[in-house]
Design a protein around this ligand. Structure first.
Ligand SMILES: *Cc1c(COP(=O)(O)O)cnc(C)c1O
Length: 357
């Protein structure tokens, strides 16, 4: 089998050693002679998985017991509803920064639950930059931001600091760079971009922000119910949690977030330097807001696309077609993508320039 350079935007690439161990667990988990897929989630073997997953998140984020970690089903999209449902009061309001499709979907859900204000937006230019210089209102129940905008390729390089609880959708850049996790009251991420397979969503929440809405809560949508149940109020997504745990172990073993942040920066520099140097291509976002995870770019002459597509496919590259809202190309460079794959893409762009410029 020849190597595929997997730039998929999500579900995204996972480390090959993680995939190998995960597949072994489907046949014989923990030397039990049983599959992970056929044992009780209450068995001590799986409880060890849950415990390690939760503690790895806290360790990598360097936070203490004032935070709880949950792994729930329903995707990041369910969090769009759960966040305001758990934090928004009758008399208060939620503040949102609108940086794209995902943020807009979060805003839509919050408006159904209660008063919601968009305090900053980059919708005027199809979300090709990150709004800056806005004030976080002091009387909001919470502020919701999106750290990385997967579709447009923009990323917040700094975060608003506030006494108001800051909630962040980190689905597509979680554990890709150092952040000060204590500046956030709630972080959530669908696992399938940068920490595992689809099917589980990680939520890390500061306990003292919960239980203040006065709302009578539906159990499955209540963070406190899931905390009390040790993230096993109902049957959790066992396999996605296990594979996420393996991925976090992989990250820790190789040197943690400071290790991966350096590599992610090298990958991003390599590709963006070529986008800027190459006479045939152009980046689509404000330079200072470029995402280190998803790089979006266009061929200046779109009529060359079929030729370029043929070239990169012949070089073993997969998954760089842009999202339909932006067009062109999007190279997703998640943690598990080796820098060698980025080099192959850069080589393809150089070869294309030699042929067509
Ligand atoms: C993919 C993505 C989502 C949606 O995740 P689901 O798990 O499919 O619900 C939300 N936010 C961001 C930033 C994403 O990249």
């Amino acid at each position: 089998m020849s190597k595929v350079h997997n730039f998929s935007a999500g579900p995204g690439i996972l480390p090959s050693e993680v995939l190998k161990e995960a597949s072994e667990s489907c046949l014989n988990f923990d030397n039990m002679n049983l599959s992970l897929l056929e044992i009780s989630h209450r068995s001590k073997n799986f409880e060890a998985v849950i415990d390690e997953s939760r503690s790895l998140v806290k360790e990598l984020f360097e936070v203490g017991d004032e935070y709880e970690v949950l792994f729930l089903g329903g995707g990041a999209s369910t969090q769009f509803a759960m966040v305001p449902y758990n934090l928004l009061t009758d008399t208060g309001y939620a503040a949102y920064v609108n940086t794209g499709v995902w943020a807009s979907k979060a805003i839509k859900e919050s408006k159904i639950i209660g008063n919601t204000k968009v305090i900053a937006s980059s919708e005027d230019t199809n979300f090709n930059y990150i709004p800056k210089g806005y004030e976080v209102p002091k009387d909001a129940d919470f502020l919701h931001i999106t750290s990385n905008n997967t579709i447009y390729g923009t990323q917040m390089k700094s975060f608003p600091k506030s006494d108001v609880p800051v909630v962040c959708d980190m689905s597509s850049d979680i554990f890709s760079r150092k952040i000060n996790a204590k500046d956030f009251s709630l972080i959530y991420a669908g696992a399938q971009k940068n920490m595992g397979p689809a099917g589980s969503t990680m939520i890390m929440v500061k306990k003292d922000i919960l239980g203040k809405t006065g709302r009578k809560m539906l159990s499955m949508l209540d963070y406190q119910v899931h905390i009390k149940g040790g993230t096993m109020y109902n049957t959790p997504p066992v396999f996605p949690i296990y594979v996420s745990m393996l991925t976090l172990r992989w990250l820790k073993k190789h040197g943690g977030i400071s290790w991966i942040e350096k590599i992610n920066q090298q990958k991003a520099d390599l590709l963006y330097n070529e986008i800027d140097r190459n006479s045939l291509f152009i980046g689509t976002t404000a330079v200072e807001d470029r995402s280190n995870m998803n790089a979006c770019f266009l061929l200046k002459d779109a009529s060359h696309e079929p030729e370029f597509d043929k070239l990169w496919k012949s070089m073993g590259i997969d998954g760089i077609r842009g999202h339909r809202d932006v067009g062109g190309y999007r190279a997703s460079m998640y943690n598990a993508l080796p820098i060698e794959s980025v080099q192959v893409l850069v080589d393809a762009m150089k070869a294309f320039e030699t042929k067509f410029a």
